[in-house]
Design a protein around this ligand. Sequence first.
Ligand SMILES: NC(=O)c1ccc[n+]([C@@H]2O[C@H](COP(=O)([O-])OP(=O)(O)OC[C@H]3O[C@@H](n4cnc5c(N)ncnc54)[C@H](OP(=O)(O)O)[C@@H]3O)[C@@H](O)[C@H]2O)c1
Length: 263
Amino acid sequence: MNNLDIHIVGLGNLGSALLKGLKNLDNNLTFHLYEKEPKIIDFINSEFGIKSKTELEAIESGVLILCIKPKDLNNFIEMNKKKISENVLICTVLAGVETSYISKFVNNKIIRLMPNLSIKDNNGFIPYTKTYEEDYLSFETILNGLGIISEYEEELFHIITAIYGSGPAWYLELSSKIAEAATNLGLSKDDSNKIINELLKSLPAFANDEEFGDMVKKIKSPNGTTEAGLNSLMADSFDKIIFNAINSATERSIQISKEINNE
Ligand SMILES: NC(=O)c1ccc[n+]([C@@H]2O[C@H](COP(=O)([O-])OP(=O)(O)OC[C@H]3O[C@@H](n4cnc5c(N)ncnc54)[C@H](OP(=O)(O)O)[C@@H]3O)[C@@H](O)[C@H]2O)c1
C-alpha cells in the first residue's frame, strides 16, 4: 500500500485507542497528531514517540480523523475548514454528529465510524457509514485491520451508538453491581472484583451466533440457582430497566445531533 498520511485530532480515550490499533498494523502510514491537553501530549509522546501539535497546518492529502467531543466540533470547523484540501478523506467518530452536518462546511468525502475502545487491540468491531462509493484511499481496508467493519444506514447510528459505542459501559456497570452484591453478601471486595474480572474474560466462550435467550437457557437448569436469579431480575422489571437505559442513550444521541444543528 502507498504511504498514507493519517491526521488524528484529539488523542483522548478514543483517539489514542485508534492510534494504538493503527500503529500495530504493518501498513505504510505516517501519523500527524493534534491535541490540546498537555498531559495527553506528554503521554502520547512517551508511549508512541510522536509529538502532537496543538494546531492544524494545511492538510493536502490523506485522512483526517476527528476524535474530539461533539461540543468542540463547531469551533474546530470554524478554525480549520480552509486548511483542509478537498482530496482529504474526513473520518469522524463523534457521537450524534451526522455526515450531513459536516458536509454543510466542507465538500470532502466523509466516513463516519462508531467503534469502541477495543480497536486498540485490533479486535474491535466498527459500524460505519459513508458519503461515497469506492474504498477511497483504501481506508476501509486499513480499518479492517482494527477489527470487523460493517456498513449501516446512517439513520441507525443513534441506536448503534447506544448499544455499541456506549455498550462496554452497560456490561461494566452490571459487573460493578454484581461485585457490589457479592461484597454485601460476604465476599471480600478483592475476591469479588477478581472473580468478576475472570467472569468477563470467560464470556467470549459463550458468544456465538445463537439467540441470546437460547444461550441463557443452556446455563440455567430447572429450579437451579441461575433460574432463581433470572426470575428475580424479571420480577424487578430488568427488561424495562434495560430498555429505558438504551432508549435514554439513543435519545441523547438524537439530542446531541439537534444541539449541533441548533434545532
Ligand atoms: N470513548 C469512547 O469509547 C468512544 C466511543 C465511540 C465514539 N466516541 C467519540 O469519540 C470522541 C472522543 O471521545 P473521547 O472519549 O476520546 O474524548 P476525550 O478523551 O475528551 O478526548 C478528546 C480530546 O480532544 C482534545 N481536543 C479538543 N479539541 C481539540 C482540537 N481542536 N485540536 C486538538 N485536540 C482537541 C481534547 O482536549 P481538551 O480536553 O483540552 O479540550 C481531548 O483531550 C467523542 O466525540 C465521542 O463521541 C468515543
